[in-house]
Design a protein around this ligand. Structure first.
Ligand SMILES: Cc1cc2nc3c(=O)[nH]c(=O)nc-3n(C[C@H](O)[C@H](O)[C@H](O)COP(=O)(O)OP(=O)(O)OC[C@H]3O[C@@H](n4cnc5c(N)ncnc54)[C@H](O)[C@@H]3O)c2cc1C
Length: 259
């Protein structure tokens, strides 16, 4: 196997056109290759600058999970820290986790950030959404998003070989949207990994409406209950009461932080 190490997107594009298979830290793919045979060419993006960005609004696909720190929103940082063991996090990459792993612990965080994906195709770079990246297994160069006002993440402890542990991720973004005569100024997004599936829901809210100003978080307890009810009846009606309690706890906290 020839390991390609391009130093630019143009070079990576050339290797992709030649059939090079993307590789991150090889924490998953190595065993598969040993079992099924190695590809002729593999390509790591570790020297491509666009795949190594790490900041408040972007994250490169070649970034190793262990490097993800407080430059990115909390939800993504905590999600990266929750993956596997220290040894896995020292080698595994963002691209390998999102595109290559079955668990995809980074996915709920990326979804609540409403992240867009930059992908490389044989005919060039383009932007798309995460659903398409996962369905078509595009070569991911990186993610970018709008900085949230607040975000949170939690992963429940799991048993080795058991059902994947519950993951809840939330984020609040500033947003201006006209709806039925009211202007919603924020949007709360929630994603829950329940088993191997990920449920997502979002709801707009305003911080200044009359019945919504009785709490420090700006939504008021009435407002928070209404948002929770809307979410429960729309996207999250299949969640168990215990999982929903976790969502409720986190939503209440993130709305208070977004204050
Ligand atoms: C002991 C152990 C525990 C783990 N626990 C967790 C966990 O708790 N949560 C969790 O989410 N995951 C877990 N994982 C999976 C872990 O996240 C993956 O091993 C890792 O993310 C794969 O990353 P990698 O960079 O090593 O990918 P690789 O093994 O290099 O590649 C995996 C696949 O992704 C593809 N790929 C790699 N980079 C890109 C890219 N930029 N664009 C498109 N495709 C790409 C490769 O072609 C390959 O098909 C665990 C793994 C191990 C071994």
């Amino acid at each position: 196997m020839l390991l390609r190490l391009p130093v630019s997107v143009t070079e990576a594009q050339q290797y992709l056109a030649e059939g090079a298979v993307p590789v991150g830290g090889a924490t998953l793919v190595w065993a598969t290759w040993q079992r099924d045979g190695f590809p002729e060419q593999a390509m790591s993006l570790r020297h491509v600058p666009e795949a190594n960005v790490l900041g408040p609004r972007s994250l490169g696909a070649a970034v190793v999970l262990e490097r993800i720190d407080d430059r990115v929103p909390r939800v993504l940082r905590d999600a990266a820290a929750s993956v596997g063991t220290g040894a896995v996090r020292r080698a595994a990459t963002v691209g390998g986790n999102l595109v290559g792993s079955a668990l995809r612990c980074l996915l709920p965080a990326a979804l609540v950030l409403d992240a867009r994906a930059t992908v490389l195709e044989p005919d060039g770079v383009r932007e798309t959404d995460l659903t398409e990246v996962l369905a078509k297994r595009h070569l991911l160069l990186g993610l970018h998003w709008r900085e949230p006002l607040a975000s949170a993440h939690c992963k429940q402890p799991g048993e080795a070989g058991g059902r994947p542990p519950l993951v809840v991720a939330t984020a609040v973004h500033e947003e201006h949207e006209e709806r039925e005569g009211h202007t919603a100024s924020r949007r709360l997004r929630v994603a829950v990994r329940d088993g191997y599936g990920v449920l997502t829901g979002s709801v707009p809210y305003s911080t200044g409406t009359a019945d919504n100003t009785d709490n420090a978080d700006g939504t008021g307890s009435t407002g928070t209950e209404q948002l929770l009810r809307t979410l429960r009846h729309s996207a999250f009606h299949t969640l168990s009461p215990a999982a929903w309690e976790e969502v409720r706890r986190q939503v209440t906290g993130v709305l208070a932080s977004a204050g």
